[in-house]
Design a binder for this molecule. Structure first.
Ligand code: SIN
Length: 540
């Protein structure tokens, strides 16, 4: 029988969304946070740019709302965007009350700018905003007697229970988790389960994301019966460092916000040819332009040129980037930085309502794991940390109001069957399957897509997913296997979503349908009832 833990709230993931949620609900009950590595290891921790908010007299709610909706290319929910933007000053005040420090000059915030923003509105802590947020929120969680954080615990499956719903119906009543220390399975029971597991950049061979970003939350929610929306909208960040020893190293868009220019191997400032906003055009435009320039020139990268900017300014505005580029032999005050686009942010995710509630009772999803309607077909830069704290607030308020329910007893057949998930065969070498999924996605499901390439990817990914599922059911479960199972499922879902969108919109560009559909904009959805075979190859 697996060890059982009880709390009123179970948070899976320890990025900004999960920590902010935990701090809010801890006033009303106990919270367990499970996180699959160390608690600081989250996508949030790597956020360089900052958090967009209306805090300047030169800005307005209307302009921030309009910028978000323009970037989202017809798929943002305008009501949610407006409410989020109007809440932004209060959400920032709350972060300040936790001791978060944003860069200031003469006591005024120094506001950065990134692609798609009409004015400077990005609060940042030099170029280490995520690290500052993570540190201060974690400190607050550690001080709170109602919050327990369990590191190195990876979620396996949600517990979908038949007898715990308010009206006797189904409810998610927690999660089965693998303890990485000793590979034992544990059951975490909770009245409210909150997925805050971040995104899935690791489905691609090249990504700005850390190793944890394997789509776990989306995969377990889908397997439990939740609906996933708009997975075709994968945001590629235009500028990741191109260097053989640099893994996932992002060169923040804030660098272009301060005036850095993209150049090709002929030293041409090519963005002038692509968009009136040039280097600060929306991310999808810049990433596609770089992709095309590299293909036209036969080059492996383009460059970011900061040589016209003062070295003192560069070092004080980007101290971490400066230090890390030097480690790779690049002095960004003199040398152009070699950069390439890489998978960065999943704009789709688990479909949620205005309170972050999924279609499954007892289950919420907040942050990058969710599709909330804020980002639409393309996320405006630095809106993600804002969306995370906004939905943490909404989900906290809604879950504290949920009617109390009794959790399953330890002797319930559902829980006694958990230990049977462990099967006999020895762990297997999985590296080639990991690499195959990620390389297929990079080669066939990248910035520019076509039905032919997507169909090749679908066939190959489907074979891998089925094989991995067999291995999972028959061998000893390891964290690598858990993650491989999740990336192979989510990779296939991204392809299915991409095949079902017969237009180019936002981040999804396909040569077979290069125009935006004139019909009203729709979300693509994948749910258990639609089943993975619902969209077959012939549909295209
Ligand atoms: C960056 O610093 O360029 C990333 C910011 C973001 O993705 O919002």
């Amino acid at each position: 029988m697996a060890t059982t833990f009880n709390s009123r709230y179970l948070v899976i993931g320890s990025g900004i969304a999960g920590l902010q949620y935990a701090l809010l609900v801890a006033q009303s009950g106990t919270v367990n946070i499970v996180t699959k590595k160390e608690s600081t290891e989250s996508n949030t921790n790597y956020a360089q740019g900052g958090i967009a908010a209306v805090v300047s007299p030169l800005d307005s709610f209307d302009i921030h709302i309009a910028d978000t909706i323009t970037a989202g290319d017809g798929l943002c929910d305008p009501t949610i965007v407006a409410d989020m933007v109007k809440s932004s000053p209060d959400l920032i005040e709350r972060l300040l009350s936790y001791g978060v420090e944003f860069s200031r000059e003469d006591d005024q915030f120094t506001l950065g700018r990134e692609g798609g923003h009409s004015c400077n509105r990005i609060l940042h802590s030099a170029d280490m905003t995520g690290r500052e947020l993570e540190k201060k929120l974690l400190e607050k969680c550690h001080e709170n007697p109602n919050i327990s954080i369990l590191e190195n615990h990876i979620a396996l499956e949600l517990l979908n229970c038949q007898d715990v719903g308010v009206d006797g119906g189904n409810r998610i009543a927690g999660c089965v988790v693998l303890d990485r220390h000793n590979n034992s399975q544990k059951v975490f029971l909770a009245e409210n389960t909150i997925l805050a597991t971040g995104g899935c950049g690791k489905v691609y061979a090249y990504t700005s994301n850390p190793d944890i970003a394997t789509g776990d939350g989306m995969a377990i929610a889908y397997r439990a019966g939740a609906t996933l929306a708009n997975l075709e909208f994968v945001q590629f960040h235009p500028t990741c460092l191109y260097h053989p020893d640099a893994k996932s190293y992002l060169i923040s868009e804030a660098v272009r916000g301060e005036g850095a220019l993209l150049t090709n191997s002929r030293n041409e400032h090519f963005m002038e040819r692509y968009h009136p906003l040039k280097d600060l055009a929306p991310r999808d435009v810049v990433a596609r332009a770089i992709d095309l320039e590299m293909k036209l020139m036969g080059d492996k990268c383009v460059h970011l040129d900061l040589s016209h900017m003062s070295p003192e300014f560069i070092k004080s505005r980007f101290p971490n980037l400066y230090k890390n580029c030097l480690k790779f032999g690049i002095d960004m005050t003199i040398d152009p930085i070699p950069v390439v686009p890489a998978a960065h942010y999943m704009c789709g995710g688990i479909e949620v309502d205005v309170n972050g509630k999924t279609s499954l009772a007892g289950l919420f999803a907040i942050g990058e794991v969710a599709y909330s309607g804020v980002h639409g077909a393309n996320r405006l830069a630095s809106n993600s940390l804002l969306e995370a704290v906004y939905f943490a607030d909404k989900a906290a308020t809604a879950s504290m109001k949920e009617e109390r329910v009794s959790l399953p007893l330890e002797s319930s057949p559902l829980l006694t069957s958990v230990s049977q998930l462990v099967k006999g065969y020895a762990p297997m070498v999985l590296e080639h399957d990991w690499d195959s999924v990620r390389q297929i996605m990079w080669d066939y499901v990248g910035i520019v897509r076509s039905n032919m390439r997507l169909n090749i990817a679908l066939k190959r990914l489907r074979n891998i997913r089925k094989t991995v599922e067999d291995i999972y059911r028959n061998s000893i479960i390891s964290p690598d296997l858990v993650e491989l199972r999740n990336i192979s499922l989510i990779a296939e879902m991204i392809v299915l979503a991409a095949l079902s969108r017969h237009e180019s919109r936002g981040l999804h560009y396909t040569q077979d349908h290069p125009e935006k559909s004139s019909e009203c904009a729709l979300n693509t959805k994948l749910g258990k009832n639609e089943d993975l075979r619902a969209i077959t190859l012939k549909d295209n």
